[in-house]
Design a protein. Structure first.
Length: 298
């Protein structure tokens, strides 16, 4: 049996192949067969002592079953250490029961993955009250990588106006916005956001003087409905920004929302490849490969 191998769900096969090439590993695509009633048959490739499964967990319900079935097949084939690379990690929002009768999905999914994987690696997990991602996965190793180095490298390569101000959509974004701005020697500002519902958001900026007649780079960790992004863009335009561009770590929004986002005054939207999306421009290959080097003794 080989020492290590990388396997991927079909939606992550291209990214997985690039990472495997960087690490000198063989890569296999896990085969998914759907029966007429919707059930899955999952077939994995050759196992190794350490097997890495790459599966970004957007549109998660079928994918969760697929990786659990894959884990069962691989353990039965003799895998000693099973690592999950999920650049986008699903069901992290619901970390508490906000209303009577609600399930705490973060707890359920965390325990489920911890029982099947020895190590879970993700990128900028959408956490609120959970301070340490390791608390979500009892008994397993877990790492929440930052996409900021990849975003900074992309911007250095593609170029940016030195007068650009990096903008965070809410107070939760302050750590990564200040980190990105510091890496690029730019100023930053953070919005005050009030959410009125899934698709209704009010945004204000206390430091409007920093926005006037400057280009803005709006950075968000996750965009699903686009309401925060569009509200921020409108507020920035009202405050006198010359242009607004957006970078998103996890682009979950439907393609048909792109027109609405552009109409709000956003010139461009670029995302990492954590989730396959038409806006993908920033590869996470380096940070994911670096996190896996210790698994294969590099």
């Amino acid at each position: 049996m080989n020492k290590a191998v990388l396997q991927a769900l079909p939606s992550a096969a291209e990214c997985a192949q690039r990472i495997a090439s960087r690490l000198g590993l063989n890569a296999h695509t896990i085969d998914l067969h759907r029966f007429p009633d919707g059930e899955l048959r999952v077939t994995v490739g050759p196992a190794a002592d350490t097997t890495i499964i790459h599966a970004s967990l957007d549109q998660p319900n079928e994918k969760l079953l697929a990786i659990l079935f894959a884990a069962e097949a691989l353990r039965r084939a003799g895998v000693r250490r099973l690592v999950l690379v999920a650049p986008y990690l699903c069901y992290m929002r619901q970390d508490s029961a906000f209303h009577k009768g609600e399930a705490i999905s973060q707890k359920v999914v965390g325990q489920l993955l911890a029982r099947n994987f020895d190590r879970i690696i993700t990128v900028d997990a959408h956490l609120h009250r959970t301070r340490d991602i390791r608390d979500i996965f009892p008994g397993s190793e877990a790492e929440d990588l930052s996409a900021t180095p990849a975003i900074a490298d992309f911007l250095r390569t593609s170029g940016f106006d030195p007068h650009t101000v990096v903008v965070g959509p809410d107070e939760e974004s302050r750590p990564w916005v200040s980190d990105l701005a510091g890496r690029l020697s730019l100023k930053h500002v953070v919005a005050c956001k009030m959410r009125r519902g899934d698709r209704s958001v009010a945004v204000t900026f206390a430091d409007a003087g920093l926005i006037l007649k400057r280009p803005m780079l709006l950075v968000d960790d996750i965009v699903s409905s686009g309401s925060t992004l569009t509200a921020c863009a409108k507020a920035l335009a009202a405050a006198g920004a010359t242009t607004v561009d957006a970078i998103v770590v996890h682009a979950l929004f439907a393609p048909e929302l792109m027109d609405e986002i552009l109409r709000a005054g956003i010139r461009s939207v670029r995302s990492t490849d954590s989730v396959p999306h038409g806006t993908n421009a920033i590869a996470l290959d380096n940070i994911l490969a670096d996190a896996l080097r210790e698994e294969i003794g590099l």
